[in-house]
Design a protein around this ligand. Structure first.
Ligand code: ATP
Length: 399
């Protein structure tokens, strides 16, 4: 692997985008103290995945971002890209980029594709290099290599032999193996679980089979039952249809009877109306008759009373007649007496004219009284005849 170009932007003192081309052969960077030569090497280590801020001479990883000067404001991010060239199985150029933003941490890309820090470390480890490669010798590191501990020296030698990548891969493979073992254990557990479930499922399958057979038998029995019910229902339907026809005939007959009854009812209603009218008329006539009867009774009572009255009058008239008859008899007797007296007077006439004249006067008076009595009698008889005629009229009215 060869480094071809280093691109920095916002990294430490490289506020502007800066390109460092690393050509074949020896490349040297010359400058005064503090111009940023060491920053270049730190940029190479940083892009290769350096995780220690201290080894980059900072308190935190964000210290690699340009912190600003008296004349320039600070930047919010730093980005370093390293163009590498590989001549192994995957020959070609790749650009590895690391970017850090304040508050967001680092992100890696290989040829513009987002990758993990581990992938970048592995890429460089495969090429026997990396952020901690002893091939990168920074200021004061020569003494450190000389005074290195055996473990550090071994790492150095391994890297020199190009097996650091194998170590990293072995570590990765071991991790994967452990994960796979854990997965296997989980699989065993799942297998046990699945076996238990499969036993339950077998039991369920048996039950399902039993259920299926029973369902089939039930279905058959139900079909038979339904057929039997259907046949029974068919018979019942036939019987019912016969019954329905009979009922229909009966309904028709009843309908006829109802029509007849309705007509009868209408006739009866009409007759009833007539009868009602007749009854009303009869009631009216009855009321008129009752009224007539009451009037006739009242007339009869009046006639009876009148008859009683007439009876009383007749009795009175009879008494009067009797009295008048007696008066007549008296008058006749008086007349007879007067006749006798006239005879005697006639006899005495001879004896005297005076006596004769007196007697004549008396006679005249007696005759006048007799005429009066006769007139009264005639009036009484006329009245009696009138009463009798009235009585006959009253009797006729009572009848
Ligand atoms: P020397 O030869 O003395 O070792 P050098 O040329 O290697 O010096 P560096 O040590 O690489 O120089 O650069 C140090 C310079 O980088 C200093 O001027 C320092 O102010 C500057 N610097 C370091 N970190 C930042 C930073 N985050 N922001 C701005 N400038 C920085």
């Amino acid at each position: 692997m060869r480094f071809r170009r280093l691109k920095l932007s916002g990294f430490k003192s490289f506020v502007e985008s800066a390109h460092l081309h690393i050509e074949p052969g020896l490349t040297g960077v010359v400058g005064p103290n503090g111009c940023g030569k060491s920053n270049l090497l730190e940029a190479i280590r940083w892009v290769m995945g350096e995780a220690s801020a201290k080894s980059l001479r900072g308190a935190g990883m964000e210290d690699v971002i340009f912190a600003g000067t008296a004349t320039r404001p600070a930047r919010d991010f730093a980005e370093v890209s390293l163009l590498i060239e590989r001549d192994e199985d995957e020959a070609g150029e790749s650009e590895v980029t690391r970017r850090i933003e304040r508050g967001a941490g680092s992100a890696y890309r290989i040829d513009g594709r987002d990758v993990r820090a581990k992938d970048v470390a592995l890429l460089f480890a495969d090429a026997a290099t990396g952020a901690h490669s002893p091939a990168l010798v920074s200021q004061g590191r020569i003494g450190a290599v000389i005074a290195a501990k055996p473990v550090e020296r071994r790492q150095m030698l391994e890297e020199a032999a190009g097996i650091a990548g194998l170590h990293a891969r072995r570590k990765d493979a071991e991790q994967k193996l452990r994960a796979t073992e854990a997965n296997l254990e989980r699989l065993d557990e799942m297998l046990l679980d699945q076996e238990a479930r499969s036993g339950a499922l077998r039991r369920q399958a048996k039950a399902a089979e039993r259920y299926r057979v029973l369902s089939e038998r039930i279905r058959l029995a139900e079909a038979r039952l339904i057929y039997a019910r259907w046949a029974e229902a068919d018979r019942a339907a036939e019987a019912a249809s016969g019954e329905a026809m009979k009922a229909q005939a009966e309904v028709a007959r009843l309908q006829g009877a109802m029509d007849t009854a309705r007509r009868l009812q209408e006739t009866s209603a009409a007759a009833l109306g007539e009868r009602r009218d007749a009854a009303a008329a009869a009631r009216e006539a009855g009321r008129a008759l009752a009224h007539h009867l009451a009037t006739a009774r009242a007339t009869r009572d009046t006639a009876i009373r009148r008859l009683d009255e007439l009876d009383r009058l007749i009795s009175a008239l009879s008494a009067d007649t009797t009295r008048e008859r007696s008066l007549l008899a008296d008058a006749q007797a008086a007349a007879a007496a007067l006749d006798e007296e006239r005879h005697s007077l006639d006899q005495r006439l001879a004896s005297g004219e005076a006596i004769a004249a007196r007697i004549a006067a008396d006679l005249t008076k007696a005759e006048a009284r007799s005429r009066e009595a006769e007139a009264v009698l005639a009036a009484l008889l006329a009245r009696d005849a009138a009463m009798r005629a009235e009585r006959r009229v009253a009797d006729a009215a009572i009848e």
